[in-house]
Design a protein around this ligand. Structure first.
Ligand SMILES: Cc1cc2nc3c(=O)[nH]c(=O)nc-3n(C[C@H](O)[C@H](O)[C@H](O)COP(=O)(O)OP(=O)(O)OC[C@H]3O[C@@H](n4cnc5c(N)ncnc54)[C@H](O)[C@@H]3O)c2cc1C
Length: 427
C-alpha cells in the first residue's frame, strides 16, 4: 500500500525549521525549506546557545544527532560566573558539571542547575542540522512574500521573491522567527518592545587580541545584574578562533525602544550615533554603568568590535490563536521571548519535535487528508501553547528579578534553592 505523504513547506532555516526538517527526513517524510538568506553563512550568525537535557537534547536525539552534537558542543562552554556590580564573585563554576568554587550556599544544587546545559555555537548547530538533510531540501535565497489559500481546496500557495513557483502545499509551517509573516495568517499580534535594549559588542579572536577580556569572560558565560542594568558576557567559538561578546543591557522602562541619541541623553535626535566611536561608548558606559567596579568597565570598553544596538522584543506571554487547517508556527514566530532565561531555542526545538511526531504519526496512520492534518495541528498547538506559555512566563519573571537592585543575588538564590523565577514575589 502506498502511504500518501503530504506536501510540506517550512518557511525559515533557523534552528526550529531545520530541526523539523531533520526529524521528518529521518522518518522518511520529505519537506521543502524556503530560506531568505542566500546561504548558511550569508550573515553573521553569532551567539552561543545552551541546549537543555529535557528539551533541545530530546529533539537532537529524535533527529539522530546526539553524537554529532557531542562532537561539536563547546567543551567548558557551560562554565558560569556570577558577579555583583561591586565586583563580588558569587559563583565561579568551571562547567562540565564541576562543583562551583565560589558558591556561598548549597553548591550541589547550583552545580546541578549549571549541569545538563552544554553550549553550542549557533553556526555549529545549524551546520549539524543542515548536514543531516538532502542537499535539495533547502531553497536558499527564497524569501516567502505571501502565503495564500488555494480556492476550493485545502492547500496553500507560496509566493517567492526568486521567480520560483512551487506547486501548492498541504501544510505550511512558519519557522520564520521574530518578525514572521506567516504569523499574520493566524493572529494579528505583533511583537512589542520588552523594555530592555542591549548594546552588543565583541572582541574577535579574543585569546590573542585581548587576553585580559578572555580571562575575565572565561570559557562560558559571565553575568552581572543590578537595578535596571545587566552585563552579559559570553564566549563564542573555540580556541584561537574564539570570540568574546557582551550584551550591555539597559532597562529603559519605556513602551517603545529609545533612539540611540535618547539613550545617550542627547537632545539632537537627528544626529547619527556611531557606536564605533570610542567617545559614544564611553558616554554610554559612564551613564549606565558609572558606579560599577572599575575592572568591568575597563573590560567592557575594550570590547570595541561590531557594536550593534539591539532593542529586545517579545510576544505576549500565553499567546494563542484559533487553529487553521494547513498552517502553523514553530519557534520564535509562535512565542518570541527575551533571552533572559536562555530557553528560546530549546522551546523552538521541542516545537519541532512535537510537530514532526504529529506529522509522522499522521503519515503512518494514512490520515494525511486535510482533516487528519487539521486535527493533528489542533493537538500540536494545544500542547505547544501550554509548554511555551510556561517558558515565556518563566522568562518574563527571570527578566524581572535580574533587573532588581540585588539581581545577581536573586539569581544565585533561584539556582541554589531550585526555585522557579515566578516563585519570587514580583515587586
Ligand atoms: C540576543 C539573543 C540571545 C539569545 N540567547 C539564547 C540562548 O542563550 N539560549 C536560547 O535558548 N535562546 C536564545 N535566544 C533565542 C534564540 O535565538 C531563538 O529562540 C531561536 O533562534 C529561534 O529559532 P527559530 O528557528 O524559531 O527562529 P530564527 O532563528 O529567527 O530563524 C528564522 C529563520 O527564518 C528566516 N526567514 C524569516 N522570514 C522569512 C521569509 N519571509 N522567507 C524565508 N525565510 C525567512 C530567517 O532568515 C531565519 O533564518 C537568544 C535570542 C537573542 C535575540
Amino acid at each position: 500500500m502506498t502511504i500518501a505523504t503530504p506536501r510540506i513547506a517550512i518557511i525559515g532555516a533557523g534552528p526550529g525549521g531545520l530541526m523539523l526538517a531533520s526529524i521528518l527526513h529521518r522518518n522518511k517524510t520529505p519537506c521543502t525549506i524556503f530560506e531568505r538568506d542566500s546561504s548558511a553563512v550569508a550573515r553573521a550568525q553569532g551567539g552561543t546557545l545552551d541546549i537543555h537535557e529535557y528539551s533541545g537534547q530530546q529533539a537532537l536525539d529524535a533527529a539522530g544527532l546526539m553524537d554529532g552534537f557531542r562532537s561539536v558542543m563547546r567543551l567548558g562552554g557551560d562554565a558560569m560566573k556570577i558577579i555583583t556590580k561591586d565586583g563580588t564573585v558569587l559563583l565561579e563554576s568551571s562547567g562540565e558539571g564541576e562543583a562551583p568554587e565560589a558558591s556561598e550556599q548549597n553548591g550541589e544544587a547550583v552545580s546541578k542547575f549549571v549541569k545538563g546545559r552544554p553550549e553550542i555555537d549557533r553556526p555549529a548547530l545549524k551546520d549539524l542540522l543542515i548536514a543531516s538533510l538532502p542537499a535539495d531540501t533547502i531553497h536558499w535565497g527564497s524569501k516567502v512574500t505571501s502565503t495564500v489559500p488555494v480556492p476550493d481546496s485545502k492547500q496553500w500557495r507560496i509566493e517567492l521573491n526568486d521567480g520560483f513557483h512551487p506547486a501548492p502545499f498541504d501544510l505550511v509551517v512558519g519557522a520564520d522567527g521574530a518578525w514572521s509573516h506567516t504569523r499574520a495568517l493566524l493572529t494579528d499580534q505583533q511583537p512589542f518592545y520588552s523594555g530592555v535594549t542591549a548594546l552588543d559588542v565583541w572582541v574577535h579572536h579574543v585569546d590573542e587580541a585581548a587576553p585580559d577580556v578572555s580571562a575575565f569572560v572565561g570559557l562560558g558565560n559571565c553575568f552581572l545584574w543590578s537595578k535596571d542594568r545587566a552585563l552579559l558576557f559570553q564566549r563564542n567559538g573555540q580556541g584561537l578562533e574564539g570570540d568574546a561578546r557582551c550584551y550591555a543591557c539597559v532597562k529603559t522602562n519605556t513602551a517603545t525602544p529609545p533612539s540611540a541619541q535618547a539613550l545617550l541623553g542627547e537632545d539632537d535626535e537627528g544626529a547619527e550615533v556611531d557606536w564605533t566611536d570610542a567617545r559614544m561608548r564611553e558616554t554610554f558606559v559612564e551613564r549606565y554603568f558609572g558606579d560599577w567596579f572599575p575592572e568591568v568597565k575597563r573590560i567592557l570598553l575594550s570590547m570595541t568590535e561590531t557594536p550593534v544596538l539591539r532593542p529586545l522584543y517579545m510576544l505576549p506571554v500565553g499567546l494563542t490563536w484559533e487553529s487553521r487547517p494547513g498552517v502553523t508556527l514553530v519557534g520564535d514566530a509562535a512565542h518570541l521571548m527575551t533571552p533572559f532565561a536562555g530557553v528560546g531555542v530549546n522551546v523552538a526545538l521541542m516545537d519541532a519535535l512535537e510537530l514532526a511526531q504529529g506529522i509522522v504519526d499522521c503519515v503512518k496512520a494514512g490520515s494525511t487528508d486535510g482533516d487528519g492534518l487539521a486535527t493533528m495541528l489542533q493537538k500540536y498547538e494545544k500542547g505547544m501553547f501550554a509548554r511555551s506559555s510556561e517558558e515565556a512566563g518563566r522568562t518574563a519573571s527571570a527578566m524581572h528579578l535580574q533587573f532588581l537592585e540585588d539581581g545577581a543575588e536573586r539569581v544565585m538564590k533561584f539556582m541554589s534553592e531550585g526555585l522557579q523565577p515566578e516563585e519570587f514575589a514580583l515587586e
